[in-house]
Design a protein around this ligand. Sequence first.
Ligand SMILES: Cc1cc2nc3c(=O)[nH]c(=O)nc-3n(C[C@H](O)[C@H](O)[C@H](O)COP(=O)(O)OP(=O)(O)OC[C@H]3O[C@@H](n4cnc5c(N)ncnc54)[C@H](O)[C@@H]3O)c2cc1C
Length: 387
Amino acid sequence: MVLGEVTDIDLAARTVTSTVLGRTMVHPYDELIVAAGAGQSYFGNDRFAEFAPGMKSIDDALELRGRIFGAFELAELATDQAEIDRLMTFVVVGAGPTGVEMAGQIAELAHRTLKRDFRNIDPRTSRIVLLDAAPTMLPAFGEKLGGRARRQLNEIGVEVQLGAMVTDVDADGLDIKDSDGQVRRLNAATKIWAAGVQASELGRTLGEQSGAEVDRAGRVAVQPDLTLPGHPEVHVVGDMMALDKLPGVAQVAIQGGRYAADQIQRRLAGKEPEGPFHYFDKGSMATISRFHAVADIGKFKFEGFLAWMIWLVIHLFYIVGFKSRITTVLHWLVSFMGRGRSQRVATQQQVFGRLALEKLGPEFEASKTGGPKGAPVDEDLTGRESA
Ligand SMILES: Cc1cc2nc3c(=O)[nH]c(=O)nc-3n(C[C@H](O)[C@H](O)[C@H](O)COP(=O)(O)OP(=O)(O)OC[C@H]3O[C@@H](n4cnc5c(N)ncnc54)[C@H](O)[C@@H]3O)c2cc1C
């Protein structure tokens, strides 16, 4: 394991270049698996990110937690009703599984967890809006389950607005264009972007060098054995690969990763390749709130408490390590049985760190860590034994 951000892959020279805090390294390879995943897509409006953080990393999660709890705290201090309303309006953009789960969690927080924690405001009066430009929510689950999920969200106090396209975002709120052409403004202090994904830039690098097609979301079209055309030594797996319209979910990444590793082992052992990659679809699920979920497993469609139980068991199964599983069960018990939540700490750094670092630029980080000064030092590892 080497810490670093991969900035280039040279398929002809078979090297990977990475950089960390001003230190650049070149790693040779014999076999390569590229699994750099996907980030948030703002569909060409990257400026929205300043006001509507995405939901892709632990940093994003901590920032969002700080912003959500912070909004309630500021509403408690505010005296102007319009300002209180703005602070207590939470907008989630994107009604896929991530957006649905986020909106449901904010509703639970407002209606259960925080309901007795303030003197001046009543968190239960918060407005939680889930927006999507598409006419349906949870499209991958089909119309019936999508409709059920919408009803469940309405029941827990989430307003679902479909056919609503966000055209601008600023510190105070969002501009929205509805499907009938009407333009309107929604004032909200907290905006969360869960609307789209953009595969790692490395996809484009690989596409340019191998001739593999790269789609609009930046995913690389791979061969049926998950390799690049003309490069049997390079596998691309997970969220950044495009094959047979497979969805960007963990199972595709896990099964693709296993398949690629297996192929490499076979090659090293002098065995014939296994044949094309076959994805085994184990189904899709999304939680909506405590005791409510939807699940689409093969021919079976579940909703409500049963779907929620299935969600819990399956996610527990995939958590790595005995200790983590036990801790998760305990956390769930506390959150589901009582109204309390242990994860309530938010720091200034979590809320403002991302924007401050972006403003200061990457040189700032390098200058504070005693790394190479001035121009980046190239450390060529080509002569070293590859990992
Ligand atoms: C909030 C959220 C909820 C989700 N819930 C579910 C769910 O319930 N079920 C489900 O199946 N899927 C879910 N997904 C999708 C699932 O997380 C992804 O499909 C899966 O993680 C993809 O795996 P991956 O290995 O392709 O990419 P990732 O897991 O994204 O891993 C990519 C890794 O590459 C690193 N990386 C990226 N670029 C570089 C670079 N240039 N240099 C070095 N390292 C780099 C990243 O830091 C990251 O560690 C969810 C996703 C999100 C964001």
